[in-house]
Design a protein around this ligand. Structure first.
Ligand code: ADP
Length: 382
């Protein structure tokens, strides 16, 4: 099957085109700075030199038109007509409680996703722009929404309900949803393959460590708990997000500094985490470099980063009553030898006690989305 994967953000659209028999995309690319008057397109065809060009993309419709133009371009494209596409898989961040599976998109589904815009104001609206544009340009081609939150819909209520008056859950659906679900699911499947054991018999803790970081307890192939919450702000220390914090701290700071809700949101999401602590950068490579050179706050930032991961691994091992493997993935998880070494060293006795492995597995959310979209199409045909 030929599957186009679209990841549509507010100012860029990334795409990858898969033949489901292979794990390498036939081509991939990105349209950036949509609507800025300075849009550009980068297109990479397997084993060919990259193609880079400025393009006119005032909105998502035009960006999608350029992407289809590249896919069907005689020299750099991979298909003759969009009609060869079996399905388009869209990354959608928030599916709330309604979507626990990849879902075939129709007008009703679009309306439902729209309803969750206030839960993911930065992510769901641009995903919908991408979906609508594809419906316009690839009429009749099946489209599938793959949700970041879906994998975590198996988390039990005692792990997803917050300790605030119950009405906030029943009326406003305030609860833990969790994110990076596609990545956690992908690496968990890979881990089972590598360990040559059935998914249904494994207790895993998967750590997605990128700019955003989250950690998930996966028992018997199902997400049992995860560190991100109603929004991606909760949990581990991240590039610019604070992660776990006493909620009273936020109220205290708002009062002391006379901060608006918007400024407080900015402080916690954009100015905190590794950036706020180190005062240097949100990039792990910079923090490591500075720590090596003796910078104290960078060293402290690394200590906090690793400590939280260890703490969650301990908590999730207890909640699953066992552990077979810890999986590291994402830019930091896959590439930082230092973080890997420190987790390994810090948990040496723990890993031995549980006879658990520490695995590094590259994530591939686009490949996972293409597989999920293909599954939906196969089921529909049956
Ligand atoms: P995103 O969440 O935006 O997809 P990535 O998964 O690409 O982000 O991860 C970005 C993070 O990975 C950055 O903090 C970056 O410093 C870190 N990273 C990438 N390569 C390395 C490396 N070789 N060593 C340490 N950190 C790395």
């Amino acid at each position: 099957m030929k599957i186009l994967v679209i990841n549509s953000g507010s100012s860029s659209i990334k795409y990858q085109f898969f033949n489901t028999e292979k794990s390498e995309p036939l081509c991939r690319g990105i349209v950036e700075r949509i609507g800025s008057g300075k849009s550009s397109l980068r297109h990479y065809k397997y084993k060919k030199r990259p193609f880079v060009s400025t393009v006119d993309a005032v909105d998502h419709n035009q960006a999608i038109r350029h992407i289809f133009g590249m896919l069907t371009c005689p020299e750099l494209g991979v298909i003759g007509s969009y009609k060869e596409i079996s399905a388009i898989g869209h990354r959608v961040v928030h599916g709330a409680e309604l979507f626990s599976q990849p879902t075939l998109i129709d007008t009703k589904v679009i309306k439902a996703i729209e309803k969750f815009n206030d839960l993911a104001p930065l992510h769901n609206p641009p995903a919908l722009l991408g979906i609508r544009a594809c419906r316009r340009f690839a009429k009749g081609i099946a489209q599938v929404a793959v949700f970041d939150t879906a994998f975590h819909q198996t988390i039990p209520s005692y792990a997803y309900i917050y300790g605030i008056p119950y009405e906030f859950y029943s009326r406003y659906k305030i609860r833990r949803y969790g994110f990076h679900g596609t990545s956690h699911k992908f690496v968990a499947e890979q881990a089972a393959r590598i360990m040559k054991r059935p998914r249904a018999k494994l207790k895993l803790v998967t750590c997605h460590l990128g700019n955003g970081c989250s950690i998930t307890a996966i028992k018997n192939g199902r997400s049992m708990d995860t560190s991100m919450g109603l929004t991606p702000l909760e949990g581990l220390l991240m590039g610019t997000r604070c992660g776990d914090i006493d909620p009273a701290v936020v109220l205290y700071i708002m009062e002391k500094k006379d901060l608006s809700i918007k400024s407080a949101d900015n402080l916690l999401n954009k100015e905190s985490g590794m950036l706020g602590l180190s005062g240097i950068s949100n990039d792990m490579r910079d923090i490591q470099r500075k720590a090596r050179a003796g910078n104290k706050r960078s060293k402290l930032t690394l200590d906090i980063f690793v400590y939280r991961i260890k703490k969650y691994i301990g908590a999730y091992t207890a909640s699953m009553d066992g552990l077979d493997a810890i999986v590291l993935t994402g830019g930091i998880g896959e590439n930082s030898r230092l973080i890997r070494k420190r987790i390994n060293k810090g948990l040496k006795n723990f890993l031995t006690k549980f006879n658990a492995k520490l695995l590094v597995i590259p994530t591939n959310e686009e490949l996972m989305i293409s597989r999920e979209a293909a599954e939906v199409i196969k089921k529909r045909k049956k």
